[in-house]
Design a protein around this ligand. Structure first.
Ligand SMILES: Nc1ncnc2c1ncn2[C@@H]1O[C@H](COP(=O)(O)OP(=O)(O)O)[C@@H](O)[C@H]1O
Ligand SMILES: [Mg+2]
Length: 373
């Protein structure tokens, strides 16, 4: 190592895609009232993109970005959206920093408000409606008018709506408000592809299918493994990584940057340059395995067995598979039992649904591990 204290680490390597963000904004502006829905598997960088690219780019273009994660609030998606809008409204009216306070105080003093405050009857706005749908509509209108800008509403993991019992009504509300307020708000949704696409196929003709434009969200390309290789070379004066091999590994890892980074970090720590060797070792790495074993241990025995059967490439509903599963004396297996277990695994995020209504283990490394298990 040389002494030019490398200020950056592998963790600092981030790929920004402002041009992609700009292109989405342009698309949205060209079709008011019609959101775009970005689909890609988990952990490829959708949330990162919303936060690190779309948010700053939209702010620069004078939008008011508002982000809500529906996955975190599955039981009450509209409440989650409303909460995010209320926070944004607060940010406008309640200064958060000292500088903000100083900046805002005089405005209030010379504004119309102060006169009425002195008279003791501040014309407060009407209370927000309690009904979540009406509240959503009101919040959008208020935030747009108070800010004087168009809102960019980002709804992350929107496939949650397709899975809720009353998801259809939430979708219908969102659609109605986005249409009605199309001059006040643009919207971007994200979803994990297979699941959401399958849900839409089922509900085809359903509201979501008609109104949002579905786009494949592009995963990171070779620029990410390239940047990692470059940093590796700067840390190890006498070693380099083969970029082509790294790119292949990135593909194998499903273009998931965090996994890729962990792999290269491990190579760097061990001084290994053989990517294929590293990948094999990485899959058998103790930490990862501990995590997977923990995950497996949290599942019911039948779910565990079912997972390994899927990892080995068996179709879960096939007659042969069910016969095979029935050989285990612990289980009495039927198609409906398989279906219920698959749904539980899907809800916990271990499995994703594919467009063809099959199921897939979301994490490629975990799938590899199960194959050997
Ligand atoms: N553009 C990027 N550059 C570097 N790392 C990224 C990038 N996008 C995502 N990551 C890494 O991948 C992880 C998963 O990304 P995330 O946005 O949470 O995926 P998703 O929302 O698609 O599930 C992040 O925590 C981050 O470490
Ligand atoms: Mg995410």
């Amino acid at each position: 190592m040389n002494d030019n204290a490398h200020m950056i680490t592998f963790d600092d390597i981030e790929i920004r895609r402002p041009e992609l963000a700009k292109s989405y904004l342009q698309l949205l502006q060209a079709q008011p009232g019609r959101p775009i829905a970005l689909f890609a598997p988990r952990r490829v960088g959708k949330t990162f993109f919303l936060d690190q690219d779309l948010t700053p780019v939209s702010r620069k273009a004078r939008f008011v970005p508002v982000y809500a994660d529906l996955w975190l609030n599955q039981a009450a998606p509209l409440a989650a959206i409303n909460h995010a809008l209320e926070e944004a409204l607060d940010d406008l009216t309640v200064p958060t920093t000292r500088a903000g306070k100083i900046g805002k105080t005089p405005v209030k003093k010379i504004g119309m408000l102060s006169a009425s405050v002195e008279l003791g009857d501040e014309p407060t706005r009407r209370k927000l409606p309690d009904d979540p749908a009406l509240r959503f509509d009101t919040l959008v209108a208020r935030l747009a008018s108070q800010s004087g800008h168009t809102i960019l509403l980002m709804l992350d993991e929107v496939q949650v709506l397709a899975e809720l019992a009353d998801g259809r009504s939430a979708i219908a509300t969102i659609r109605a408000v986005l249409q009605k307020r199309k001059r006040d708000v643009l919207a971007v949704f994200t979803g994990s592809s297979q699941e959401a696409l399958a849900a839409m196929t089922v509900a085809s003709g359903g509201p979501m299918y008609q109104f949002a434009q579905l786009l494949d969200f592009p995963t990171l390309g070779i620029e990410y493994p390239k940047a990692l290789a470059k940093h590796f070379a700067s840390v190890h004066a006498d070693k380099t990584l083969d970029v082509d091999d790294l790119v292949k590994a990135f593909e194998f890892l499903g273009h998931k940057p965090a996994l890729m980074k962990d792999l290269v970090k491990w190579m760097s720590a061990e001084g290994v340059t053989d990517v294929q060797f590293a990948l094999n070792r990485f899959v058998q790495d103790g930490r990862l395995i501990a995590g997977w074993e923990g995950l497996l241990a949290s599942l019911q025995p039948f779910e565990q067995v079912l997972l390994s059967v899927i990892a080995k490439g068996h179709a879960p509903f096939a007659k042969g598979t069910i016969t095979l599963l029935n050989k285990d004396p612990r289980f009495t297996v039927s198609v409906s039992k398989v279906r219920a277990a698959l749904e539980r695994l899907r809800k916990s995020g271990v499995l994703a649904k594919t467009a063809g209504r099959g199921y897939l283990i979301d994490d490629t490394l975990f799938a590899e591990f199960l194959k050997r298990h």
